[in-house]
Ligand binder design. Structure first.
Ligand SMILES: [Zn+2]
Length: 262
């Protein structure tokens, strides 16, 4: 019989309700407080201890103590970016909440934390972004915002989240025709679109940024293109769009493109 995973969105909503109704309900979310207040005091069959130390090989890990229902979450204090450490914490919590029946050990590098193709890693990322950015606050505070990289930065600042996680959450939640593309060296790594956005010509891993897009021009010129710019039907055969660009120079050279269809 296949082992069960638990729906990451459901689990994130369950913890959000606990935090908002019975906890401090403050954001950015205090993950240590959530773990000690909501998880350790509830009727969980499994225990979780958070241990912060220096490690060489991974950013975060979740390990079952052999033969028990006790788990240790290891978080690497050597990662200098506080938002990355926070997201890793939430991601490992996602493995604990959703995947602990599958394996006895999870280990995450920067690559796996940004992997939106692997099902298990995507689920942990969805859990993390739903937990850190609850729908009611995101809708209430950013509902009317223009979809561009400055909005993405503002969401990241408000919830202390990475831009990729902020974009994933905002686009999935929006009723407007939005999309977000992550690329490197002119090639798409992953993309997401809202349910009302049209099918996209360039969307899949390994595809090139489309000819005529603001994204490919910025990449070729090595320029940021933070100002929104109108482009022709390059992301869809009939729909025009607006694009805004950002190059994340802190990490592995990711390029982010916010797209809003007209
Ligand atoms: Zn993981």
């Amino acid at each position: 019989m296949a082992k069960k995973t638990t729906n990451p969105k459901k689990e994130a909503i369950r913890l959000t309700k606990l935090w908002q109704q019975f906890g401090p309900n403050t954001y950015p979310l205090d993950l240590d407080n959530l773990v000690s207040g909501a998880i350790l005091t509830s009727d969980f069959s499994d225990q979780l201890v958070v241990d912060r130390r220096r490690f060489d090989s991974f950013e975060g890990s979740l390990v079952r103590i052999r033969g028990t229902r006790k788990w240790t979450m290891l978080l690497n204090t050597q990662v200098s970016n506080a938002r990355r450490r926070r997201f890793t914490f939430a991601h490992e919590l996602g493995h604990f909440m959703c995947h602990r029946e599958l394996r006895d050990k999870f280990e995450d590098s920067e690559e796996s934390l940004n992997d939106f193709r692997d099902e298990i890693e995507t689920e942990a990322n969805i859990f993390a972004s739903w937990l850190l950015m609850p729908a009611n606050l995101l809708r209430g505070e950013f509902h009317d915002s223009i979809w561009e990289t400055t909005t993405l930065q503002a969401i990241g600042d408000r919830f202390e989240c990475s831009l990729q996680a902020s974009a994933l959450r905002y686009v999935q939640l929006s009723s407007r025709p939005l999309a977000f593309v992550v690329s490197r060296d002119g090639m798409i790594l992953w993309a997401i679109k809202s349910s009302s956005a049209p099918y996209m010509t360039s969307y899949l891993f390994g595809q090139e940024l489309p000819a005529g897009s603001h994204a490919i021009t910025c990449y070729q010129n090595g320029d940021d293109g933070i100002e929104r710019q109108a482009v022709g039907p390059v992301w869809n055969y009939t729909r025009q769009a607006f694009e805004s660009q950002y190059f994340d120079r802190s990490g592995k050279g990711y390029q982010y493109t916010c797209i809003e269809f007209q």
